[in-house]
Design a protein around this ligand. Structure first.
Ligand code: NAD
Length: 265
């Protein structure tokens, strides 16, 4: 199978680093014109340069916008009115004891992790359905199914994405537009690296070693017994965005190293 996205446009939210940038590089490598997004203009420009180093000659642009607000989502949709592929990747995470999570934090997680996907799907999916082809992907998490007791606010947003994605897939029934969720497990992104820095310093480990330690102690059901790389997660995203994935819709596709102890899906 050769994935060819020549002629397709893809926007990946929160793609100045981590899984989003890896997915954008994968999509550009398959020939798509890619739009990167992040809050900070300089970081967006740096990500454009990184992508061009990885995929010389790629058709890439950046749109800085803070997707935690309706205005930020409107800015992105205003500057890019149509896209063939929408990867709703942006998301924040981090442990916090339930009794210390205030309303503002719940709201912040909900606005960015869930409402950005709602708003951008509303902006782009109608056009995809009218044109008869499109791909919408929500980056959920194994934490949508295995809700961590120390990240209930995060797990809640990731479960919400499964509901949103399944419903939108049905809405797009028969239109040529597919909608799916991808569920990564622990993945060595910039964000996770930051989260692990403290543990690494305390135990005298490298961040990579701390990643393996984290998986073994906090996600012991992992079959691969290590974090995934961002590229491993990106491979699943690129596949589900491909023309070849046309019979996969309404799905929750795991790339969690087997953390969720279930045969299906
Ligand atoms: P990351 O923190 O490494 O990167 C997040 C990206 O989002 C960055 O480019 C950042 O600049 C951007 N961003 C943050 N806030 C933004 C905002 N308000 N507006 C626009 N852009 C913003 O994250 P990651 O680990 O690559 O995670 C990406 C997605 O994958 C998230 O939705 C996360 O929940 C999910 N996920 C990650 C893991 C993991 O272990 N890394 C596991 C499961 C699911």
């Amino acid at each position: 199978m050769k994935i060819d996205l020549d002629g397709k446009t893809a926007v990946v939210t929160g793609s100045t680093g981590g899984i989003g940038l890896a997915a954008a590089i994968g999509l550009a490598g398959a020939g798509a014109a890619v739009i990167l997004n992040g809050r900070d203009e300089d970081r967006v420009e740096a990500a454009v340069r990184t992508l061009l180093e990885a995929v010389p000659g790629a058709d890439v642009a950046g749109i800085p916008a803070d997707l935690s607000t309706a205005e930020g989502c409107d800015k992105l949709a205003g500057e890019l009115p149509n896209t063939d592929i929408l990867v709703n990747n942006v998301g924040i995470f981090g442990p916090k004891p339930f009794f210390e999570i205030d309303d503002a934090t719940w709201e912040r997680f909900f606005q960015l992790n869930v409402m950005s996907g709602v708003r951008l799907s509303r902006a782009y999916m109608k056009g995809m359905m009218e044109r008869g082809w499109g791909r919408v992907v929500f980056i959920s998490s194994e934490s949508a199914l295995n809700i961590p007791a120390d990240m209930i606010h995060y797990g809640f947003t990731k479960t919400a994405l499964l509901s949103l994605s399944r419903g939108l897939a049905k809405l797009a029934s028969g239109s040529g537009v597919t909608v799916n969720s991808v569920l990564p497990g622990p993945t060595m992104s910039e964000g996770v690296g930051e989260m692990l820095k403290e543990m690494a310093a305390e135990k005298g480990l490298t961040v990579e070693e701390a990643g393996v330690e984290f998986v073994k102690s906090e996600r012991p059901s992992s079959i691969i017994q290590r974090p995934a790389t961002t590229q491993e997660v990106a491979n699943m995203i690129v596949y589900v965005c491909s023309k070849e994935a046309s019979a996969t819709s309404g799905g929750a596709l795991r790339v969690d190293g087997g953390v969720v102890d279930s045969i299906v899906p």
